[in-house]
Design a protein around this ligand. Structure first.
Ligand code: ADP
Ligand code: MG
Length: 702
């Protein structure tokens, strides 16, 4: 009987592994299946192949392994507490072993005149050598368990320790798992790839991971396992993209007509930058191709993405389709609405806005106009994707600042018309290539890598509270020249109350420093009603107030060219990408702009690094790379997306070289054998089908 065993099944049955430990494996080590167990990546390895003689030990030898006997063992009690001290001896000399914890357990375990293997980190104290809390095992059991070799040290938690899930234990159950299920490990990489790089079979590779024969073999195994994971990730993304190109027909926007041409020739307020022109060409080509467009537009803050969005929507309208523009916040939606309405005013285009606070009556009118096709462009927030919102013929969906939207929300847009609309996603978070390749591998990428001309680079300075008076004087001078200023305070969810107090204290202090009637101050924060926010915002837009005190609600996209100073309070509490976004609120006009990062005197090393990076560069891509290294990709992209990848053995940052190789190989293979029909690629085909099936299966269950 050929019983098929699914190593991914969430039922782990192994000797010596009871219900509680299984629970801890799940909760603390994320092990839900035998496959997970096989893929548990050790944190590090210890070399237990070599035995040292005591007379060769030097304080510099870090971790050592010795065979010998316990000579003398005694409990010592003094003012600082209890400890257990043993003299351990081989034929060349002796050394001290010390325990502060588990004393009675050790006293029972260690008997003199038995031979032990001792392993641990060497300490030197007052000229004599000792090992504190060594691992100790009788030679007999050492030989029995096969502890000699290169041994893995697995991740552990407090709960693991309590449940006695040690590295030794894990190694033992992994061995058992290999004995019982090793035959069911499927080969996943074809011979031609393994031969090209000299990689072992998958089963051998996994075995090397847990029971390495040599460091060299271990390294090969690690590399091939990481490659395998990233290779299939890339294959899936490339396949998805091919599928889209082939099967997902898109509306054909065949012509460029009056709306676009009139606007472009007569009403464009400035000449497009070369980068904007290039990107627009890429989009035009997509829209006319008959395939649904799925394009990510990256451009640093202030690079002029909005104009690209406007021109794209005119193409849609020229072809009698509707268009929607979705923004992550109400403020931003309003701002888009105001500026786009103004731009397109000469064209007699019907533009409306829909947000959470749109009045019921307006909403009804809007729903009607959407359904009968009289509404051309709908701008709004998440409210746009509610089921009630029905378009007559949505042809283009533009999503601004996409890092705030999840994948699920994006896909909801698809259901809004007969064919999926063309999608343009715009983001100011510059995503490093390695990440973009993985998260958005199925999207096409356009980049605006040029700022509009005449911009003076923003100068950035770090100041502490000690120089607050100087900062205020500087701000006053700029206001005297007619400029406007932002003061931004942190708003972190966990401590909303505290942040609110900080903000209000700051506002009070600023009201004293900048007294009425000479100065007018606007304030905007998350706890205000949207009408109030809008009112305050408009006062600042109209230059009725010179100072805007705000939390990060203004982080994204706000565009007020006359504002030239950004003061960020408690800057150490902001993330790097947030700081960069905030800084992007200034430097939007022709004036020299400044960003001042205020912090307390003492800040952590991490914060220092973020602040220094900000001072040193205005380049969003560079900052994103630094951020990625500081924080890791999950954080950068938002948990929603990071969960999608579910990588077990590889790390997008540390393994970016392997990622590139994997992508290249995947492309090469698909180029030669698009449908994976060749005999030599059969394993790839089967594995890919398996992955897809499992995904469908598990997503069906959850
Ligand atoms: P972002 O990419 O951050 O969304 P915006 O679209 O808000 O940037 O553009 C920032 C500012 O630059 C706006 O005031 C806009 O009018 C202006 N702008 C955009 N493109 C150009 C251009 N080619 N030449 C001059 N100014 C431009
Ligand atoms: Mg923008």
């Amino acid at each position: 009987m050929n019983l098929k065993i699914n190593l991914d099944s969430p039922h782990i049955k192994l000797k010596g592994l009871g219900g509680y430990r299984i629970e801890v494996l799940k909760s603390d080590l994320n092990i839900h299946s035998i496959a997970d167990l096989f893929h548990l990546i050790p944190n590090r390895y210890v070399d237990r192949r070599k035995f040292y003689k005591i007379n060769t030990l030097a304080a510099s030898s870090t971790e050592v392994q010795i065979i010998g006997e316990i000579m003398d063992i005694k409990k010592i009690r003094n003012t600082s507490g209890e400890r257990l001290k043993a003299i351990f001896r081989d034929e060349t000399g002796s050394i001290e072993l010390v325990w502060f914890k588990g004393i009675s357990y050790m006293q029972k375990k260690i008997k003199s005149n038995e031979t032990f293997v001792v392993y641990g980190k060497l300490n030197e104290f007052g000229g004599s050598l000792s090992i504190v809390h060594p691992e100790i095992e009788s030679l007999h059991s050492f030989k029995l368990k096969g502890s000699k070799g290169i041994l893995p040290v697995y991740p552990s938690t407090e709960k693991c320790q309590k449940a006695r899930i040690s590295s030794v234990f894990l190694r033992q159950i992994i061995k058992e798992a290999f004995d019982a299920f090793g035959n069911h490990i499927h080969e996943a990489l074809p011979l031609h790839l393994r031969e090209e790089f000299g990689w072992p079979e998958k089963r051998t590779g996994l075995q090397e991971l847990h029971f390495p024969s040599t460091f060299e073999n271990l390294q090969k195994a690690q590399f091939s396992l990481k490659f395998e994971e990233l290779f299939y990730l890339q294959l899936q993304l490339l396949e998805k993209k091919q599928l889209r190109l082939k099967n997902i027909k898109g509306f054909v926007f065949s012509k460029i007509d009056t709306y676009f041409n009139t606007f472009y020739k007569q009403h464009l307020p400035f000449e497009l930058t070369e980068a904007q022109k290039r990107v627009l060409k890429e989009i035009r080509k997509d829209l006319g191709s008959g395939v649904q467009m799925n394009r990510l537009l990256q451009g640093d803050v202030g690079s002029g993405k909005t104009m690209v969005a406007v021109l794209s929507s005119l193409i849609a309208i020229d072809n009698r389709y509707q268009c929607c523009i979705m923004a992550p916040t109400e403020i931003l939606a309003k701002q888009h609405y105001n500026s786009i309405s103004e731009l397109l005013q000469p064209l007699e285009i019907n533009i409306k806005i829909l947000t959470g606070s749109t009045k019921k009556k307006n909403r009804e009118i809007l729903h009607d106009e959407l359904a009968n096709g009289n509404l051309h462009i709908l701008i709004g927030t998440h409210a746009l994707i509610e089921d009630k919102v029905v378009f007559k013929n949505l042809g283009l969906a533009i999503i601004d600042e996409q890092h705030r939207f999840g994948v699920a929300q994006r896909s909801k847009l698809w259901k809004k018309s007969k064919l999926p609309p063309h999608v343009l996603v715009m983001t100011a978070t510059p995503i490093p290539r390695t990440l973009a390749m993985s998260y958005y591998g199925d999207l096409d990428l356009s980049v605006i890598d040029e700022l509009p001309p005449g911009r003076k680079p923003i100068t950035t300075a770090h100041r502490t509270d000690a120089s607050r008076l100087k900062v205020l004087k500087f701000v006053k001078d700029e206001i005297a020249k007619g400029r406007q200023v932002y003061f931004v305070y942190p708003l972190i969810k966990e401590s909303e109350k505290l942040d609110y107090k900080d903000l209000m204290d700051g506002y009070d202090a600023l009201s004293r420093d900048f007294p009425m009637p000479d100065y007018q101050i606007s304030i905007v924060h998350g706890q205000m009603k949207s009408e109030e926010k809008e009112f305050e915002m408009q006062r600042f837009v109209k230059n009725n107030t010179q100072i805007m005190v705000a939390t990060t609600v203004i982080e994204v996209g706000v565009n007020i060219p006359n504002a030239s100073i950004m003061v960020i309070e408690s800057a150490e509490r902001f993330g790097l990408s947030q700081l960069h976004q905030l800084r992007g609120r200034v430097g939007r006009g022709a004036y020299q702009s400044h960003c001042i990062l205020m912090t307390s005197d003492k800040i952590s090393d991490d914060s220092k690094q973020r602040i220094e990076s900000m001072v040193q560069t205005n380049d969003g891509f560079k900052l994103a790379e630094i951020d990625l290294n500081l924080r890791g990709p999950g954080d950068l992209m938002g948990t929603q997306q990071s969960g999608v990848l579910n990588l077990k053995v590889s790390d997008l940052i540390k393994d970016s070289q392997i990622l590139h190789l994997a992508r290249k190989k995947a492309q090469d293979i698909l180029r030669e054998d698009e449908l994976l029909l060749l005999e030599k690629n059969k394993i790839i085909k089967n594995t890919l089908v398996q992955i897809m099936n499992d995904k469908a299966f598990w997503s069906y269950i959850s």
